[in-house]
Design a protein around this ligand. Structure first.
Ligand SMILES: NC(=O)C1=CN([C@@H]2O[C@H](COP(=O)(O)OP(=O)(O)OC[C@H]3O[C@@H](n4cnc5c(N)ncnc54)[C@H](O)[C@@H]3O)[C@@H](O)[C@H]2O)C=CC1
Ligand SMILES: N[C@@H](CC=O)C(=O)O
Ligand code: NA
Length: 441
């Protein structure tokens, strides 16, 4: 179906197949229809939607043109189309459909971070074999233009760090827990209703979605293939009301962060560290003010310095905006017989295991309020070579809370420290253990 005409003549339309018509797909169809004339002018040819691959056509009647609906996504990909837009999600059948499309020289636009983080190399190889485009701006941080700046605008710089909030669902949950004390389950349900969560929301809460995005960000930033398996992943399922309260007590808030770093070793070798975990950050930190399903990402590069990208990271319309931007780029390339950026993985840096990554921790203990407790606890830290940066003790009648913030320590050292401290008779409970980010050590 062609909704618009290019100005100044009638060039051959760019034919587009859409795979999937859920939260994002429905909005892609709406924008294609509503902005058809402008899109045609920007592309230099009309953009023709030739078919929409869905699972249950009846579900979509009345929402999208019924004559476009098909349950045969493979046939749609095989048909005479120039660009395949995939918003099904998951690995199969998306992987097979996209590899087939790319090998056949059809450009691909996808929002599928899980697929890219696991099978990106295969998709790029298929794209290279035929010279087709592979665009995926919607896959990370929804509407925020982030991947194009990394792939293109910063291609002349040396990126050292990418850190931010890249999952809208978990940020929505953590923001609600922090501001209203709302419960975890009810907020997750709301995030699903609003179209932020993945089809299986455990991908969000267990950090898989953010880990896929971290893999994509690290790959682009450091010109290295980083897969989801290379990313250390912790979700928010273990974040308790006590953690949120402990953070509040010291003017911090809890966020799920994705952190990708270029690590330079003493001998000059470099490696890539990518991790996703909840962390306490100061309320004065710019990421602390990022609420709801919004995302924000800091990029640090040698020449550019620090850049911050902020906007809607989830939801049908914002994500469709990024998909449409990619579709215009791919369609333009078809019209002028050009090609978008290819995979850049020449640096091939090794992944740094999490055990070697040093992070700072905030530990909150419920302890007996008597002389010598602090000394006993401090001795365990010293024994494990974990250096203490700050200690705060608040006494009550029979018990007290002891808050310790460490200097940088490895996961392994911290884990053994906390295990041993939890076993001290003077420690009633280890109330909260959480990483600390965003402040000077
Ligand atoms: N919802 C969001 O805020 C964002 C989603 N994404 C990504 O966009 C993609 C789509 O997400 P949503 O639209 O939220 O998911 P959704 O679950 O709402 O939609 C997926 C659609 O694909 C259909 N589908 C499943 N298998 C199919 C098949 N074999 N053939 C044809 N259609 C099939 C489903 O019936 C469903 O309508 C996913 O990769 C997701 O990770 C990316 C950024 C944000
Ligand atoms: N489920 C994801 C959707 C966007 O990528 C999220 O919550 O961020
Ligand atoms: Na984006």
């Amino acid at each position: 179906m062609t909704w618009g005409n290019a100005t100044g003549g009638t060039p051959k339309p760019v034919r587009v197949a859409l795979l999937g018509c859920g939260t994002v797909g429905t909005e892609v169809v709406r924008l294609l229809r509503e902005q058809a004339t402008d899109l045609a002018a920007r592309v230099g040819a009309p953009v023709e939607l030739t078919g929409i691959g869905v699972r249950r056509p009846n579900k979509h009647r009345g929402q999208v043109p019924a004559e476009l609906l098909t349950t045969d996504a493979a046939a749609l990909v095989d048909s005479d189309v120039d660009v395949v837009v995939e918003v099904i999600g998951g690995i199969e059948p998306a992987r097979t459909l996209l590899v087939t499309a790319l090998r056949a020289g059809k450009s691909v636009v996808t929002a599928n971070k899980a697929l890219l983080a696991e099978h990106g190399a295969e998709l790029f190889a298929a794209a290279d074999a035929s010279g087709a485009d592979l665009y995926f701006e919607a896959a990370v941080a929804g509407a925020i233009p982030l991947l194009r700046p990394l792939r293109e605008s910063l291609a002349g710089d040396r990126i050292t760090r990418v850190m931010g909030i890249v999952n809208g669902t978990t940020n929505y949950i953590l923001s609600a827990m922090d501001s209203t004390g709302a419960g975890y389950a009810e907020t997750l349900e709301e995030a699903s209703r609003l179209g932020y969560a993945e089809a299986d929301p455990t991908a969000d809460v267990d950090g898989y979605d953010a880990a896929s995005k971290a893999a994509i960000l690290a790959s682009l930033a450091f010109h290295t293939r980083v897969t989801a398996a290379d990313v250390h992943r912790e979700g928010i399922a273990s974040v308790t009301a006590a953690d949120i309260a402990a953070a509040k007590a010291i003017d911090r808030t809890v966020k799920l962060l994705a952190i990708c770093e270029r690590v330079t070793h003493a001998d000059g070798r470099e490696s890539v560290s990518a991790r996703v975990h909840p962390a306490m950050i100061p309320r004065s930190h710019p990421l602390a003010g990022v609420g709801g399903a919004f995302n924000a990402v800091f990029v640090e590069a040698d020449a550019a310095g620090q850049l911050m990208f902020y906007g809607r990271g989830a939801g049908g319309a914002p994500t469709a905006s990024a998909v449409l931007g990619d579709l215009v780029a791919a369609a333009r390339n078809r019209v002028v017989a050009g090609r978008g950026p290819r995979e850049s993985a020449y640096a091939d840096l090794p992944a740094q295991p999490m055990g070697q990554v040093s992070t700072r921790y905030h530990i909150s203990l419920d302890v007996a309020d008597r002389a010598g407790v602090l000394a006993q606890v401090a001795a365990v830290f010293a024994e494990h070579d974990v250096s203490i940066a700050a200690v705060r003790q608040e006494g009550r009648v029979n018990d007290a809370s002891l808050v310790i913030v460490t200097h940088g320590a490895s996961d392994a050292a911290l884990r053994s420290t906390v295990d041993k401290i939890g076993g001290l008779p003077v420690v009633r409970e280890v109330v909260s253990v959480m990483r600390v980010e965003g402040e000077q050590p």
